[in-house]
Design a binder for this molecule. Structure first.
Ligand code: ASP
Length: 586
């Protein structure tokens, strides 16, 4: 045994015990007569002390130590004379009688402390060192807890954990596939799963009526803080269920996670909102309902008054920022710049100040009387001291910009408290989305999602208006999961592929196995996938999922530690019958 205690567990009551610890040297303070060593492992930090009268071998070894050396230290626990109240072991120290260097370390490229001095790129390159830091260790441990909670819960509910293959055929989840060439089948490729969607549905056909898997999914898409090319889903499917059955189990699971991983009780039922309502009130399908500041439609009031910007707009919408009437010109300019950023794309920002003394001022005073503006204020619930911010243009774009502006204002006003969690279900998504460019429908969720029963008729006549039997789980403006009741009828599924523009041959080529399976007795089924990484980030109060993944990729999809992706040898290409014409790297 290298150790009989960890660096996080000794307390005053252990005084007098002889202990052996092992870990990394966090810090050495040589005060001449005494040397203090902070020894760290993932459980904590313990102070070791070497004194003038300590054994010569101990003093010698202590003299050689540097940051991140790995040592084994044996000694006697004693109460400290000057206590450190900041750490749980701060009442004690270990007076050493043996000290063995197990491994030496070069000076690490950044400090391995709660707050590091290393930049992102550097820390990514030395991820194995960054992972030694307490914040990352807490994240990784929390991730473990979450995964264990999920397994406990689902096992108790009768779900079976079943693995599905990674080398498969494309699953359309709306992203590009990562593909893997097959040496044994020259010129042919596997696709890595964007999700195990079809496999889990096939498992329902096979009678495994409650399935789950904590599974890696692969999507080749542009990366953002909450996206990685490979990420982990808690993927679930149930047979003989309707939407309510799925939502009931997975709401309970969400509450179980909040309770067991974060210690929060959430007795109330989670609110539900239709997709349509979410879009109208919050401008997006993943509303952050920790705060109000809802969007108001001012189109009727604002149009028809010869203000060409509004008159030519499809939609005029407003939010009211409470207590912001005193915003300076500069602050409003900042907000205008914010909404005009290309990612947001608004043309401009109109403002109305409802001043404390009852006066109303606005950037469109020329076109609207104070009474007009007061009427807007009344409609939107603005009070004296509030600032109204208005965006106009096409409906979708304006709602999106108002959504971003609302979140920005929420942030500025401190309304997005990370220790508060506001979950909800968003339901009744449209089944299809029309793409003007390619002049065709796309599945809003994925092509296996069932239309709502009451809209099945419409599916034959006006597919664009059909609502899906789909649901998303949203917390604090983050989509933590989504799922649907599936189509389990081969004819309806074939009709879906047809609406999506697949010829019968293409549908057969791509999804023949599923259509076939449905001909052999498919139970009604539905499911959901929760994003494990996003759950971690939301619980951890972080924006980025990266710090909850042991070895993540950077924004260009690179693993900078491994230096992947990388070129491969000509022989390997030959073996796969591949050639590349990628441009030379500069
Ligand atoms: N496969 C879906 C997804 O990855 C989840 C589901 O419908 O269960 O988003």
């Amino acid at each position: 045994m290298y150790r009989n205690n960890t660096c996080g567990e000794l307390r005053a009551e252990n005084a007098g015990q002889n202990v052996t610890l092992a870990g990394w040297v966090q810090k050495v303070r040589n005060l001449g007569a005494m040397t203090f060593i902070d020894l760290r492992d993932r459980y904590g930090i313990t102070q070791l002390v070497v004194e003038e009268h300590s054994a010569a071998t101990v003093r010698e070894a202590a003299g050689e130590l540097g940051r991140e050396f790995v040592v084994q230290a044996t000694g006697t626990v004693r109460e400290r004379s000057s206590k450190n109240t900041k750490i749980p072991t701060g009442n004690i120290e270990v007076a050493l009688n043996e000290l063995k260097i197990l491994s030496r370390s070069q000076t690490p490229p950044f400090t391995i402390e709660e707050q590091s001095d290393g930049g992102d790129e550097l820390r990514m390159r030395y991820r194995y060192l960054d992972l030694r830091r307490p914040p990352l260790q807490r994240n990784i441990i929390m991730r473990h807890r979450l995964a264990q909670s999920v397994r406990e819960f689902l096992d108790r509910e009768g779900f079976l954990e079943i693995e599905t293959p990674f080398l498969i055929k494309s699953t359309p989840e709306g992203a590009r596939d990562f593909v893997v060439p097959s040496r044994m089948n020259p010129g042919e490729f596997y696709a890595l799963p964007q999700s195990p969607q079809q496999q889990k549905q096939l498992l329902m056909v096979s009678g495994y009526d409650r399935y789950f898997q904590i599974v890696r999914c692969f999507r080749d898409e542009d990366l953002r803080a909450d996206r990685q090319p490979e990420f982990t889903q808690i993927d679930c499917e149930m047979a003989f269920v309707e939407r309510e059955d799925v939502l009931e189990v997975f709401e309970r699971m969400a509450k179980y996670i909040f309770k067991t991983v974060h210690g929060i009780d959430m007795p109330e039922a989670y609110p539900r909102m239709t997709w349509h309502e979410a879009m109208e009130r919050y401008g997006c399908d993943k509303p952050d309902i920790r705060f109000g500041m809802e969007i108001n439609d001012l189109s009727a009031e604002a149009k028809g008054r010869d203000f060409v910007v509004f008159d030519s707009a499809e939609y005029v919408g407003a939010i009211v920022a409470a207590g912001c009437a005193s915003y300076t010109r500069k602050q409003i300019d900042e907000l205008t710049e914010f909404v005009k950023r290309p990612q947001i794309g608004a043309k401009g920002l109109v403002w109305v100040r409802f001043e404390e003394d009852g006066n109303v001022k606005s950037s469109v005073d020329k076109f609207y009387s104070p009474d007009d503006l007061r009427a807007w204020g009344a409609k939107c619930g603005a009070k004296a001291g509030d600032l109204m911010l208005i965006i106009s243009g096409d409906r979708r774009g304006s709602l999106n910009a108002l959504c971003e502006l609302r979140l920005e204002m929420g942030e500025r006003l401190g309304l997005r408290d990370r220790s508060v969690f506001a979950p909800l279900w968003v339901v009744d998504f449209p089944l299809l989305e029309w793409d003007e460019e390619s002049k065709r429908f796309f599945a809003m969720h994925h092509p296996f999602t069932s239309p709502k029963l009451e809209d099945t008729e419409l599916f034959a006549t006006d597919p664009g208006r059909v609502r899906a039997n789909a649901y998303d789980f949203v917390v604090n403006g983050v989509e933590l999961g989504g799922g649907s009741i599936r189509i389990h009828d081969s004819q309806l599924q074939a009709r879906m592929f047809e609406v999506l523009g697949f010829t019968p041959e293409e549908a057969e080529h791509q999804f023949g196995f599923l259509l076939n399976a449905f001909k052999y007795g498919a139970p009604p089924h539905g499911g959901i996938a929760y994003g494990l990484d996003r759950w971690c980030a939301v619980l951890g109060g972080a924006d980025s999922i990266r710090d909850f993944i042991a070895f993540p990729k950077n924004n260009s999809g690179r693993d900078v530690m491994l230096d992947a992706p990388s070129t491969i040898a000509q022989a390997q290409l030959d073996e796969l019958y591949l050639s590349t014409h990628a441009p030379e790297k500069s």
